[in-house]
Design a protein around this ligand. Structure first.
Ligand SMILES: Nc1ncnc2c1ncn2[C@@H]1O[C@H](COP(=O)(O)OP(=O)(O)OP(=O)(O)O)[C@@H](O)[C@H]1O
Ligand SMILES: [Mg+2]
Length: 240
C-alpha cells in the first residue's frame, strides 16, 4: 500500500470546522447501517470535494477507520487542489486503474498522514465513465470498502448533466446534499432530493455551503418547508 502526503489541506475557519464537526457527529448517530455516504450536489462547484475531504479528515482524526473515495471520474480535482503526492515519488494510481482491471483494490488504496484515513484517488479522468460505473467491479468495490472501513465518504460529480451521481448513489447508504446558498433554486433542490431517493439513496442531510452572513435564518426558512432532514451551515471563507 502506497502512502500519500496531502500537502494542501488547509485549516478551516472555526465556524466551518464546527459545521463539519456537527455533520460528522450526526453521521455517527445514524446507526451501523450507514457506512457509505455520498457527497453530492446539483451543480458543479457547490463544495462537494471540500466537504468530503474535511469530513473524512475529521473522522480519521477521531480515530475512525474511514476511506475517502474519489468517484468524480470525469473531472476530479482532489489530487491537484490538495497537492497529493506519493511519498516515494512514484506515480499514483487510483479508481479508474482499479475499475479498468489493471490493479487490485489493495494496490489502488493509499495510506495518508492520518493513521485511520485511507484514500482511493482518481488519478486519471475518463471521458465516459458510465460503463465503468455500471460494471460489476464498481459495485464489488463499494461492497468491499464498505466492509473494510467504518465509513466510506464518496466524492461525486454533480447531478445535473450526467447520471453518474445516480449510479453511484444506488450503491451508497445515503447522501449529503451540498447546496450553494443563495444560488441553487428551491425547485431544483427538491428535484435533486427526489432524484436521489428514486435511485435508492436517501438524503441524510443538507449542507448549505457558502452562507454569506450570520443571517442563515433566511435560507433555513426558504428551504425548510420541504425537507425535514438536518441542515449544516458552512460559511463563506477565503482561502489563503
Ligand atoms: N464555504 C466556502 N468558502 C469559500 N470557498 C469555498 C467554500 N466551499 C467551497 N469553496 C471553494 O469553491 C471551489 C469549489 O469547491 P469544490 O471543489 O469543493 O466544489 P465541488 O462541488 O467539488 O466542485 P465540482 O463540481 O467541480 O467537483 C473550491 O475552490 C473551494 O475551495
Ligand atoms: Mg468536486
Amino acid at each position: 500500500m502506497k502512502k500519500v502526503e496531502i500537502a494542501g489541506l488547509q485549516e478551516l475557519p472555526y465556524s466551518m470546522e464546527e459545521a463539519i464537526n456537527r455533520l460528522r457527529v450526526n453521521i455517527r448517530f445514524m446507526g451501523s447501517d450507514v457506512r457509505k455516504v455520498m457527497v453530492i450536489s446539483t451543480f458543479p462547484n457547490e463544495g462537494k470535494s471540500l466537504v468530503s475531504m474535511h469530513i473524512w479528515r475529521q473522522m480519521a482524526d477521531a480515530g475512525i477507520r474511514t476511506l475517502l473515495l474519489d468517484a468524480d471520474m470525469r473531472k476530479s480535482t482532489i489530487m491537484e487542489r490538495y497537492k497529493l503526492t506519493a511519498d516515494d515519488g512514484t506515480k499514483l494510481i487510483g479508481t479508474s486503474d482499479y475499475l479498468a482491471g489493471n490493479v487490485s483494490l489493495e494496490d489502488a488504496i493509499c495510506r495518508t498522514q492520518f493513521e485511520k484515513g485511507d484514500i482511493l484517488l482518481n488519478t486519471e479522468n475518463v471521458v465516459n465513465p458510465s460503463l465503468l460505473l455500471e460494471s460489476k467491479r464498481f459495485s464489488q468495490m463499494l461492497q468491499e470498502v464498505g466492509e473494510k472501513y467504518r465509513y466510506v465518504i464518496v466524492d461525486t460529480p454533480p447531478l445535473d448533466l450526467v447520471s453518474d451521481g445516480e449510479r453511484i448513489g444506488s450503491q451508497c447508504d445515503g447522501a449529503l446534499l451540498v447546496i450553494r446558498s443563495g444560488e441553487t433554486p428551491t425547485k431544483i433542490v427538491k428535484a435533486s432530493i427526489a432524484q436521489l431517493e428514486r435511485a435508492g439513496c436517501p438524503v441524510l442531510g443538507v449542507v448549505l455551503n457558502r452562507v454569506a452572513s450570520a443571517k442563515g435564518g433566511y435560507y433555513s426558512k426558504r428551504y425548510g418547508g420541504y425537507y425535514s432532514g438536518k441542515y449544516y451551515y458552512g460559511r463563506e471563507y477565503y482561502q489563503k
